[in-house]
Design a protein around this ligand. Structure first.
Ligand code: ADP
Length: 231
């Protein structure tokens, strides 16, 4: 699946709009957050700490969304560092493990014996991997009943590339959904932005890599990210 010029334009336009308004929304949010913190002791006295907690989490969520929009706005050239893809994966798994555990799913990272170096913008590739693992967790949560969720991650060299495979046994996708996967704003989630994969796609393209996806409705999904190896 290739991202079209139309999809690219949509991202570029989103960028301009979000850069213009992000600043204006962030400042009042920061003020609201500060004052809620100040009010918190009073709310606790009234037995209403729950309200403060909800306000704070929702403000943080709004901030995260703005951040995500802003991020997608900047098609910045990758700031490249040469590093081992395995060590980056280890770090990403460490970051997601506790959330996965809470959601009742396991993350297995199968390491390769060889050292595979890639030249990457660490922040950007981390964002892509975190997003994919988060999507996998969400897909697992969608499965009804007592479901043992598993996310398998492995790395393998393939010619001049390294393939990072992320496989989940979540709810999977049908053909119609797969076709819209990389559309900016396309989401099936109540609290989704639909930006994760369109931004990931652009990041991987900027790294001269590829994303492949395969999915079976009701069975699970496999994402493969191919990045050029540094030899
Ligand atoms: P968001 O997560 O905000 O919805 P994304 O661009 O990351 O945005 O994903 C778009 C949509 O693709 C999701 O709403 C979901 O329907 C689908 N999707 C992505 N990853 C998976 C996955 N691993 N399993 C099932 N569906 C997925």
């Amino acid at each position: 699946i290739e991202q079209t010029a139309y999809q690219n334009d949509k991202l570029a336009m989103l960028g301009k709009i979000s850069a213009a308004i992000a600043h204006e929304i962030r400042n009042p949010l920061t003020a609201i957050r500060g004052f809620i913190q100040l009010l918190r002791p009073h709310l606790i006295q009234l037995g209403r700490d729950e309200y403060a907690r909800i306000i704070l989490t929702e403000i943080d969520r709004a901030n995260d969304i703005i951040y995500e929009f802003l991020n997608s706005s900047k098609p910045t050239a990758p700031q490249k560092t040469v590093m081992s893809i395995t060590s980056l994966l280890k770090e990403v798994v460490l970051l997601t493990e506790s959330e996965a555990l809470m959601k009742g799913c396991e993350i297995h990272l199968k390491e390769a014996d060889t050292v595979m170096n890639v030249s990457i913008d660490v922040k950007q590739i981390k964002q892509v991997l975190l997003n994919m693992i988060k999507n996998a967790m969400d897909a697992i949560e969608e499965v009804e009943g007592d479901h043992a969720g598993v996310i398998d991650i492995h790395v393998k060299p393939e010619g001049r590339y390294v393939n990072v495979t992320i496989r989940d046994n979540g709810n999977g996708m049908d053909k119609a959904l797969l076709a819209r996967l990389f559309d900016p704003f396309f989401t099936t989630k109540e609290k989704g932005t639909g930006l994760g994969l369109s931004v990931s796609y652009r990041i991987i393209k900027n790294h001269r890599g590829h994303i492949h996806v395969d999915s079976v409705k009701g069975a699970g999904t496999v994402f493969v990210i191919a990045l050029p190896l540094v030899i």
